[in-house]
Write a protein that binds this ligand. Structure first.
Ligand code: ATP
Ligand code: MG
Ligand code: MG
Ligand code: MG
Length: 475
């Protein structure tokens, strides 16, 4: 019986290898081939040029388990963490790919075989969505696989105002490869709130999307016309944590092996007895994204990718504060993370000292202003007229105490309040001078590591910084 996340990852790779797929390693979270993309957010990212025909490989079928971060840019699940059972900032996406090789029929057959034969999932708990006009996919699901028609749901284009997008048409960009999707959902049972995809209650967590099959079928031109691709392709993605939850008979991703062990380690460190506390889940999520981002060379900073990392770290520290953490705790979670994931990702253990050090520096810095910032924020919240924290107050917390606006928003949201984001942006613009002073909260890691007695760090010149540092730590 395949149960652990590690076994599932392996079973997936083995299954597709047995169908002549080349096993390809996960690529970096920092996309090497796409400057417009903040982080690698799907398995297909490393194959983008292959799909576009700009790069040739020696194989036409591939399978991977890709580390992904969705905490900014087009896919941002940061605000969902702690609120849904299924979203993380960092997760692993299992995917199989066909570069002009097999298409819809085999993509669907393989996926179904893996779920119902290899994993032995009960067919009656699965339902699928297709793009509203994709009769070809309907026929494969209905006639070849035997899914009852009422369990094949046609989904149209995005409905405005919906919290989660459920548009079943995928495109790489405004032009280029695009095509319909078919998604596979699992019904976790009546006791959980939520409705099937396409229904008004779909945002609930009863029916959880586990796998997205993308059929790259057309090439969209500048004028919007769509030309059928001579060799259509396939790109799929299934969240390892979501399929693990099903195989481990739990509802929430946070109840699976990897997370339970991390949550227990966090609880022990923070002396928290409530293992279901939301803050423990958030911290366990954040230690994964932060550690892996650092492994892939992202350094905390006040802009771009580095600022996303810093914001996640500060959110984790704030949740620790909420649990009344005594002292710095976040960097101490790197070791338990390595216990869980070190085997699949040896680079984690190789870079342990670097990750811990960087997280610790961030903790020390933010720790200096966090208490006072929280006091001010409590004061603001208790004297609030209405339900919105003013842009000026949000800005003051940012400028004086190093509170990123999204962190203030996160705290406000816990109390059913919100922040004036526009007002904050205006205050930022108006006081650019002062905002620049906020960079005093930044750290020059070059300087820090240079003065560290344990390293012979002599500075770095390229952005593949952590690899450089590792060499120095090991030397
Ligand atoms: P959802 O609708 O639940 O937000 P999605 O449609 O945004 O998911 P896709 O972009 O289709 O997700 O990604 C493919 C698969 O990756 C999903 O079916 C899911 O299993 C997994 N996945 C996506 N986002 C996350 C996340 N934030 N955390 C964990 N797994 C995820
Ligand atoms: Mg999503
Ligand atoms: Mg979806
Ligand atoms: Mg999807």
């Amino acid at each position: 019986m395949i149960k652990t996340s590690a076994d599932l990852r392996q079973a997936f790779l083995d299954f597709y290898a047995s169908k002549q797929h080349q096993v390809v390693s996960s690529s970096s979270l920092v996309p090497g081939n796409d400057a417009t993309l903040l982080f690698t957010n799907a398995g297909m990212v490393q194959f983008k040029d292959v799909f576009l025909g700009a790069e040739q490989r020696s194989y036409t079928r591939a399978v991977s388990s890709q580390r992904c971060v969705r905490a900014g840019g087009k896919h941002n699940d940061l605000e969902n963490v702690g609120y849904t059972a299924r979203h993380h900032t960092f997760f692993e996406m299992l995917g199989n790919f066909s570069f002009g090789d097999y298409f819809k029929e085999d993509a669907i057959k393989y996926a179904w075989e893996f779920l119902t034969d290899v994993l032995q999932l009960p067919k009656e708990k699965l339902l699928v969505t297709i793009y509203e006009t994709d009769d070809e996919a309907f026929d494969i699901w209905a006639k070849q696989i035997g899914v009852p028609a009422e369990k094949i749901i046609r989904i149209g284009d995005k409905t405005a105002g919906k919290k989660y997008e459920s548009d079943n048409f995928w495109s790489m960009g405004d032009t280029g490869p695009c095509g319909p999707c078919s998604e596979i959902f699992y019904d976790h049972g009546e006791h959980i709130w939520g409705g099937p995809p396409g229904s008004p209650e779909e945002d609930g967590d009863r029916f959880i999307e586990i796998w997205n099959l993308v059929f790259m079928q057309f090439n969209r031109h500048q004028d919007g016309t769509m030309e059928p691709l001579p060799k259509p392709s396939v790109d799929t993605g299934m969240g390892l944590e979501r399929i693990s939850a099903i195989m481990q008979n739990v509802h929430s991703n946070y109840e699976i092996d990897i997370f339970q062990n991390l949550i227990k380690a966090t609880a022990q460190l923070l002396h928290c007895n409530d293992l279901e506390h939301k803050s423990l889940r958030v911290i366990a999520d954040h230690i994964r994204s932060c550690s892996f981002l650092i492994v892939d060379g992202v350094m905390p900073s006040n802009e771009g990718r580095g600022y996303v990392l810093r914001r996640i770290i500060r959110r984790a520290i704030r949740h620790g504060h909420k649990l009344e953490a005594k002292g710095h705790f976040f960097h101490k979670l790197v070791a338990p993370l390595i216990e869980q994931m070190g085997q699949a990702y040896p680079e984690l253990a190789q870079q342990q000292a670097v990750i811990e050090k960087i997280l610790r520096i961030e903790e020390e810095q933010f720790g200096r202003t966090l208490d006072r910032g929280m006091m001010l924020l409590e004061d603001i919240l208790s004297n609030l007229n209405g339900d919105t924290v003013s842009g000026e107050d949000v800005f003051k917390l940012y400028d004086t105490y190093g509170f990123p606006a999204d962190l203030t928003a996160d705290i406000a949201r816990e109390r059913q309040l919100k922040i004036d984001q526009n007002g904050f942006d205006v205050a930022m613009g108006l006081q650019r001078e002062r905002a620049q002073q906020a960079s005093q909260f930044g750290t020059n890691y070059n300087e820090q590591l240079k003065t560290d007695k344990h390293t012979n760090f002599k500075g770095y010149t390229n952005h593949n910084f952590s690899a450089t540092v590792v060499e120095l730590f090991n030397s």
